[in-house]
Each structure stands twice: as C-alpha cells, then as structure tokens.
Ligand binder design. Structure first.
Ligand SMILES: [Zn+2]
Length: 331
C-alpha cells in the first residue's frame, strides 16, 4: 500500500479527501456553499493526479495501480485509461503538430476566450476516435486490458448513478439532482474540461519544432502545489516518465533556454491577460513564439529529432506495457 515516492503521500491524502467531500455534501446540503468549490478543485486535482499516475505509476504493485487509476477516474470525471491513446501515445508523440488529436489550431490559430472555452468540445470529439480504436484493439487482442477498461467504465458509471440516486433518496428528485450536480456532476465535468484546457494553454502559440519552446510553463509555487507540478510542462515533455516531485529540479536546469514568454510565474495573471484584457483589446492576444505547429521546417532547416518528440508509452492502462513500464520507472 506504500507509494514508491514519499511525495505521493500527499496524493493519497487528496485521493482520500475526494469521496469524503462528495459524501458530506450529499448527506448535508447545507455544506454545499463551502464544499462545492472544493469539489471543483479536487476534480481538477484528480485530473493532474491521473496524468502523473499514467506516466509514472504511484505504487509498485500492478493491481494497486489499476485500482488507484479507477478510483481517480471516479473523481476526475472520466475513465483514465483514455489518457493512453489520446495523451501518452498521441499527444506526447506529435506535440501539437499534425496528427495530434488535441491540436490547439484546428479551426483558428488565435487564442481567445471563446476558443479556449469551446476547445473542450472540439478536442473531446476528435479524441473519441483514438479512444474507440484503442478499445476495439484491446477487445480483439488484449482481453486483460479490455476487462480493465470495462471495469473502469462500470465503476465510473455506477458512482455517478449511485450519487444521483443517493441525492434523490435523501432529498427528493429535484433537490437531490441539484445537490448531486453541485457536489459531484458539475465538478466531474470541470475536471475533464480543465485538463483539456490545460493542454490547450500549455501549447497554444508554442513552437513544437524547437528544443525547449514547445510548451508553456506556469512556474508559480502555489499553483504547482495545487496541481502536483503540472504547470511545468517543458520538462514534462522532455522527461515524461520522471516523477512529478522532480519537476522543479529538471525545470531549473533548462529554464534559461526557454523563451521568457513561455515561463509565466502567475497562472491567474496569464488567464486575465490572455482572456479578459483581450476580450476588449484583441491586439493584445498571445502571439506565436517561434515556428507554428502547422509550419514544418524544410529538411535543411531541421536540426534532427528533438527529445520531446519521442512517444511516451502507456504505463498504467495498458496491461501489456505495464510490467515493462514499471521496471523502466524503477531503474
Ligand atoms: Zn503527459
């Protein structure tokens, strides 16, 4: 039951808090004004935990890792196996270039508040194809993995229905639905929305052809405490299998090689500048740094493969790769 890294005791504490906060609100709706915002935050935190766990398993034991992934799925808002085909195998390989299901420039290269808000729906639509293909492949050739996927969907769905039913039984259908929505349903939607938007803001107007300007970083300590260092994205692409607690150490080693426009200390100030100010002054929208994702260099301009372009294989939700992944992480 012990995590491989001491820093993950805090991850476990957050994971234990998730059901407590939801149940407390379902039982006592008077707590909603105080705890509902916490549910929204915890759903977002569950997304960052799912991301970290999929790259670098929390435990040594495979069964425990699978159980933890399923637990997090419930509070994040979607089965976390889906990160493997869309994120580990796709996004990490293409890094916002052609072929990435999560590209930020599909309909427009601009970064505006309405593109940022609608990105979730467009990205979710395009991610559904690799997810369906992955499930079909697992069904054909990997029954163990397919069983794991079915289990995640079943437990995730049962938790949603169970929470809705509990709310209705305790408080009547309409009041019960409202309690469910504020304590669990909407936070789950926010969990998936926030993860997709993070992906957007970490790559929009970055240069996937460069060695270190392929991602945008939020470097503030408080923000990164809350999201388990998911703000440090350059080094995440360059060392996808490293533990999240090592992120600052790795970031410090390359931060001076990153364009200063892509090292942003304040998350809130970036959001305010990028979306609130530009709603009134579009000329202040973020600008492309270096070469755009849709503008590949000619072969003579290319200086060879970049470390961040390597594919990050699945570690948790692909049973095939699980043992090899774990061994690699332990080395
Ligand atoms: Zn990743």
């Amino acid at each position: 039951m012990l995590p491989r890294n001491r820093a993950d005791y805090r991850v476990m504490a957050w994971a234990l808090l998730m059901p407590i906060v939801v149940i407390a609100q379902l039982v006592n709706p008077k707590l909603l004004p105080y705890l509902s915002p916490l549910s929204f935050y915890l759903a977002m935190a569950a997304g960052t935990i799912a991301h970290n766990h999929n790259h670098c398993p929390t435990f040594k034991n495979r069964k425990l890792n699978e159980a933890f992934a399923t637990w997090i799925s419930v509070f994040y808002g979607y089965p976390t196996f889906a990160w493997v085909p869309t994120h580990n195998l796709n996004h990490h390989k293409h890094v916002n270039r052609e072929g990435d299901a999560t590209i930020t420039w599909r309909h427009t290269p601009r970064n505006t508040w309405y593109v940022a808000l609608s990105y979730y729906f467009i990205s979710a639509f395009y991610q559904s194809t690799p997810i369906k293909e992955y499930i079909a492949k697992a069904k054909r050739s990997n029954p163990k993995l397919h069983k794991h996927i079915v289990k995640q969907y079943t437990i995730w769905g049962a938790a949603l229905v169970g929470a809705l039913a509990t709310g209705a039984v305790l408080h009547g259908p309409w009041q019960g639905f409202k309690v469910f929505a504020l304590a669990f349903g909407l936070p789950c939607l926010f969990g998936t929305w926030s993860m997709m938007w993070f992906n957007y803001m970490q790559h929009v107007h970055c240069d996937p052809w460069s060695a270190h300007n392929h991602s945008r970083n939020i470097t503030g300590r408080v923000f990164n405490f809350l999201v388990f260092n998911n703000g440090l994205h350059t080094i995440h692409h360059e060392h996808p299998g490293s533990h999240w607690s090592k992120a600052y150490e790795l970031h410090d080693a390359i931060k001076n090689q990153v364009d200063p426009r892509l090292n942003e200390p304040s998350f809130l100030w970036w959001v305010f500048r990028a979306y609130v100010i530009t709603a009134f002054f579009p000329s202040l929208e973020t600008k492309q740094v270096g070469r755009a994702a849709y503008d590949p260099p000619s072969s003579s301009e290319s200086d060879g493969p970049k470390t961040h372009m390597r594919e990050q294989g699945p570690l948790i939700d692909s049973v095939d790769a699980l043992d090899a992944g774990n061994n690699a992480q332990m080395a």
